[in-house]
Design a protein around this ligand. Structure first.
Ligand SMILES: Nc1nc2c([nH]c(=O)n2[C@H]2C[C@H](O)[C@@H](COP(=O)(O)OP(=O)(O)OP(=O)(O)O)O2)c(=O)[nH]1
Ligand SMILES: [Mg+2]
Length: 315
């Protein structure tokens, strides 16, 4: 049987305060009936994703999109069809949303999203909705006071909300001490902290998750931490992306996009290859390697979650 290919545009509509997202419930008489979804629907012939989304949100909710940005694209095999979910983050709209087709519609706090039953393809969308566009990786720093000052600056002035504590030069005791201070700073600013360390360290510091080096990623058979924590990993090629999906990573970095002073010997992949790999990855991907915040829009446009960087944030 040749499967039908269906291109669906869907919207993550975020409330003004950034805390809630709008969900709709699929009627009981359609496929995936009774499950919750991000409003949207199938594209008409020759429609682009954004055109189709505008039409669907008008038809289903009575709202007009003013500003939207690509969030994530997911290819998913259902038993009867191959579906491309083309998800947009809607930042601004006019009109008061209501279920024009009789469907239930509800604003749901981000934290409660995981309690709603969704179609199987939707898990990566939940991850993407909760993630910011920028992922800070901490710089190698000898001096603890300087470390604290750099992190505090990035959290306040750059409004960074996702931090990876990378400190290859520290022994375990020094790493743990730094992690405790970094965690306190992150909590103060509502940011999440992932430890680039042995997953077992999460028993010692109650951080928000673990970032795996590609070496740790390759050695794992299964997800090393519980579902309530976040798991990210460093990847550089398709094989590592597949491994990250296999062990249930929530998101990844993919590098090096450009040549960087820290890894001058590694050939950069460039935007073309990056885009092709991101398109096949069913999880949020941060572009890494010579990235600055000025690259974030372009990263989004080619399907990424955003950018990860040390140098652009560490000053
Ligand atoms: N809108 C939407 N569809 C989703 C999500 N997750 C998911 O697997 N799907 C699937 C379910 C359907 O097979 C397909 C969307 O088709 P649909 O039936 O809603 O299409 P439509 O709104 O154009 O409705 P219709 O006029 O064809 O009845 O995508 C999601 O979060 N939102
Ligand atoms: Mg629909």
């Amino acid at each position: 049987m040749v499967k039908r290919r269906v291109h669906v545009a869907a919207a993550a509509i975020i409330s003004n305060d950034g805390r809630e997202v709008l969900l709709a419930r699929r009627p009981s008489n359609v496929d995936h009936g009774g499950l919750w979804e991000f409003p949207g629907g199938k594209l008409a012939p020759y429609e682009t994703g954004l055109e189709g989304l505008k039409r669907e949100l008008h038809e289903e909710l009575g709202v007009e999109i003013q500003r939207a940005q690509p969030l994530i694209r997911i290819h998913h095999e259902y038993p009867d069809k191959h579906i491309l979910l083309d998800v947009w983050q809607v930042h601004e709209f006019t009109g008061e949303p209501f279920g024009r087709e009789g469907q239930a519609v509800r604003w749901v706090p981000m934290k409660e999203l995981v309690n709603y039953p969704f179609p199987a393809a939707n898990l990566p969308i939940l991850r993407a909705v909760m993630l910011p566009t920028e992922y800070l990786i901490t710089g190698e720093e000898q001096d603890e006071a300087r470390f604290d000052a750099c992190l505090a600056r990035a959290l306040t002035e750059d409004s960074v909300r996702l931090v990876q504590l990378r400190a290859k030069g520290l022994d375990e005791a020094a790493y743990l001490a730094r992690a405790e201070r970094a965690l306190a700073l992150c909590r103060e600013h509502g940011a999440r902290l992932l430890l680039n360390a042995d997953p077992e360290l999460l028993d010692r510091v109650d951080a928000d998750g673990i970032h795996l080096t590609s070496e740790r990623l390759g050695a794992l058979e299964r997800r090393p931490i519980t579902e309530d924590k976040w798991l990210s990993a460093s990847t550089h090629d398709c094989q590592q992306l597949t491994q990250a999906a296999r062990i249930g990573c929530d998101f990844v970095t993919l590098s090096p996009l450009r040549t960087t002073p820290s890894h001058p010997e590694v050939a950069p992949m460039g935007w073309h290859d990056f885009q092709q790999m991101v398109e096949r990855a069913a999880m949020p991907v941060f572009a890494l390697g010579g990235m600055t915040r000025f690259d974030a829009n372009h990263a989004r446009a080619v399907g990424a979650q955003g950018i990860a960087s040390i140098r652009d944030f560490w000053k």
